[in-house]
Design a binder for this molecule. Sequence first.
Ligand code: ADP
Ligand code: MG
Length: 406
Amino acid sequence: MKTLADLLAEGVAGRRVLVRADLNVPLDGSVITDDGRVRASLPTLRQLTEAGARVLVAAHLGRPKGEPDPKFSLAPVAARLGELLGAEVALAADVTGPSAKSTVDGLADGRVALLENVRFEARETSKDETERAAFAAELAALLGENGAFVSDGFGVVHRKQASVYDVARLLPHYAGGLVLAEVEVLRKLTTDTARPYVVVLGGSKVSDKLGVIANLLAKVDRLLIGGGMAYTFLKAQGHEVGDSLLQEDQLDTVRGFLKEAAERGVELVLPVDVATAERFPDFGAASQPAPVVVPVDGIPAGRMGLDIGPDTEALFAAKLADAQTVFWNGPMGVFEVAEYAGGTRAVAKALVDSSAFTVVGGGDSAAAVRLLGLPEDGFSHISTGGGASLEFLEGKELPGVSVLED
Ligand code: ADP
Ligand code: MG
């Protein structure tokens, strides 16, 4: 796999370099609520601009429906990127249209420009290879002669999409610093892992993450489950879960996990108490539904579990205390609201206090670490890619990484 260092050694002064970055930040209207991904993209961009490259960045934001939608414009990101780089970042009004072409024409050596949201173009995510390839060819054509592609959006390398995968097949391609660092860290989690190896899973994308569990059971010593996915496990064990997040259709699968964990001697640790509410919080509101902590065998009908309780915080911390390797994905509760952030803070703190090799993966988990004011350097690595890091740990091939290896 060629890397950014190889590209810099070849020389990039005056060359147009397309960088696929992950700038998919959380927004409140047009205000960026966590700019971690923008900041994470800076080292690669700076190395290129300092070497005199003309850097064109391709990125997505949210899930627009394959057509322009002002709600998902990268304008706030262009502004923030410009602030952080200390130089204005021009934003094209389209992806590969006339505005993109004139933006690229106006790009000086050592400067950065941003294309509008690549997902404003339906061909970006098309399942049809020919459509994707045609769009990728338009992206590549923006660079003219002697262009190069740097893949630096680790959060998207598990996707076979035009700006991630197809464009790499058309241009000389290099792994950016971020992708390289992520792959190196994750390899440490899959080979010669120091034990005990403990994985903590939470969050709300339950059905996405159940697949991961099947794979992890063969690899870990302990699996701690909190967040929204815990309730499907609790229900599978016979507890009533009230209005909590529940994947009814996955109960059999989850019973299978419980059985397999027991057979393999993997400790599967579930909450013993949870903080419940009468309704789901409204993040913007001044006051929130009051939490009532109950044991997991006492979740009343009409209430929902929104965080792990204090006994579970202590239990999870104890299960993390002697770990040598920890991977954590998914908040333990609705951390966006102070009333339900305690469990996530407790797990984050246990990782900060631990001397283990600790990796945090997942957009919301990484955002939670920052939002709750924990020191980012208290973790060995904070991954920018949730889905990508999980798929890597599962042992799946990441198309956006494999394509760089050819
Ligand atoms: P990540 O991005 O780290 O992979 P997810 O996207 O899967 O994590 O989940 C993050 C979301 O999960 C957060 O917005 C949080 O509010 C939500 N969440 C956590 N616990 C619960 C719960 N018990 N019920 C509903 N939502 C929850
Ligand atoms: Mg998420």
